[in-house]
Ligand binder design. Sequence first.
Ligand SMILES: O=C(O)c1[nH]c(=O)[nH]c(=O)c1Cl
Length: 312
Amino acid sequence: ANLSTNIAGLHLPNLFFNASGVCCQHEHELKQLLESDSGSLITKSATYEMREGNPSPRYVPLPAIQSSINSMGLPNEGYEYYLAYAKKYDYSNPKPLFVSLSGLSVADNKKMVEGFVAANLPCVLEINFSCPNVPGKPQLGYDMEAMESALNVLAPIIKKPFGIKLPPYFDIAHFDTAAAIFNKFDNLAYLTCINSVGNGLAIDFETETALIKPKDGFGGLGGLMVLNTALANVNAFYRRCPNKKIIGVGGVTSGKEAFLHVLAGASAVQIGTQLKEEGPKLFSRVKKELEDIMVAKGYKSLEDFRGKVKTL
Ligand SMILES: O=C(O)c1[nH]c(=O)[nH]c(=O)c1Cl
């Protein structure tokens, strides 16, 4: 079974890679991804300046439901660290490099994008419109006008194919409005759906206390509990944006959920919570699981079933 795929004009030997934020803030973590069976890798969302992020505990797994809650607060080494990494990356490696940028303002995103464009590197830029955990900063992904004006600034500067990381939407009218905006930008080559489901609250039954420290315990939800919201967002934009690819993320713990993401329309699949809990060896497991599913169902490539979810 062939698990290869193409995003933004680049070939991925297999469709799996990390969700931005997991196993990708420091070079030694990115090296682990390079040595793993992933098909690609993406860096932790960068801000213009280095950030410590929110106080801990700021990530807590919810093992009973194979999920997690986080309010990391965009800890990262600052965009110049990731620009330096992208400059020395060996692009003869079969794994293409994706770089995530999450400026705290459009001006910051513009400065970071200009830095990468000036370096003229083969890596793919992904603009994070959906971080739910910076206190006092409403996320761009839920402000349609702000999202469009940010794309009007950034798309022409980037010129090459790029992607955006989106929050989950829960209203058909929002799918329609957002897709109409995205379809205005030809070099917006792909959409990554979904970021964590924002501002959930996990409470410990025994101690009667919130599990994470920042924001009174409010944080982004990830893992199996968001699978069906993720599948809906992948399929909603797959149907509405025929000229764009969709990267599916949310709830992938095994080959089975990856299969469902491709059925919903995903061209690639990212893994966050399960990768955080299991480590990069996960990629060889889920690859094998998806291959076995495809053999059992008689599919030879992802194209044989991508987007082919049936309706009643
Ligand atoms: O708190 C974070 O760093 C964070 N956490 C998330 O769940 N999604 C994001 O995009 C980011 Cl930037």
